[in-house]
Write a protein that binds this ligand. Structure first.
Ligand SMILES: C[S@@+](CC[C@H](N)C(=O)[O-])C[C@H]1O[C@@H](n2cnc3c(N)ncnc32)[C@H](O)[C@@H]1O
Length: 195
């Protein structure tokens, strides 16, 4: 079975679970953006995409940098509303993390570390950076086993772009979209080509 992997770089999203569920956007360093990407990548109408892995890179202090991996093959209790997802993340982030990804709740793994941890974990498969200025996705070959990198509300920082400079850049069109909408469009593009 092929597995799609989506990586979202959260430049300000807190690495600790010390945010308020009642004021998620402003208390979590915009973790809400990343949670909407989780929903877009993993949840469909009345179901969960089992063939998807999502990596969240959390770079906002305190607690940063940290990586959370959500594996659709084993995840439980994923619900589409942001508050439920935020509650799940908060419980996950409350656990002390080691240097290697370790499952701390069903399907949710956590470690200390940054993009390098993700690159180690995903291995050598095809990688793509989602970028408004890239090549039109409709004219590109896409691997069903690809790893797709997305920026958050701030886009990508320069160091990340340098680290990923060898990856092809894919554009979803001329308009800069919200990250979760970009995730949806990539999923849709893969669905259309493979189902
Ligand atoms: C809100 S956008 C980032 C906007 C940010 N101000 C910038 O200039 O990079 C969030 C992310 O979604 C992806 N994205 C949004 N629109 C896209 C498009 N038209 N084509 C490809 N990727 C897109 C990119 O990965 C982007 O970093």
């Amino acid at each position: 079975m092929s597995v799609r992997r989506f990586v979202i770089i959260g430049q300000t999203a807190l690495g600790s679970g010390e945010f308020s569920l009642d004021d998620l956007a402003s208390s979590s360093g915009r973790l809400d953006v990343l949670l909407r990407c989780v929903r877009a990548a993993l949840l469909v109408s009345h179901g969960l995409r089992r063939e998807v892995l999502v990596y969240l890179v959390l770079r906002g202090d305190p607690g940063a940098p940290r990586v959370v991996r959500i594996d659709g093959r084993s995840a439980k209790f994923l619900r589409p509303d942001e508050r439920s997802l935020a509650t799940l993340l908060r419980k996950t982030l409350a656990v002390g993390a080691g240097r290697e990804l370790e499952e701390v709740r069903p399907g949710l793994s956590l470690c200390d570390g940054d993009l390098e941890k993700v690159l180690e974990d995903v291995g050598d498969g095809p990688r793509y950076v989602l970028d408004e200025r890239g090549e039109d996705v409709r004219t590109c070959a896409l691997s069903e086993d690809g790893v797709f990198f997305f920026g958050d509300h701030l886009g990508f920082d320069d160091a990340t772009l340098v680290r990923l400079q060898d990856c092809p850049r894919l554009s979803l069109g001329p308009v800069s979209l919200h990250s979760e909408d970009a995730v949806t469009l990539v999923s849709n593009e893969l669905d259309r080509r493979t189902t």
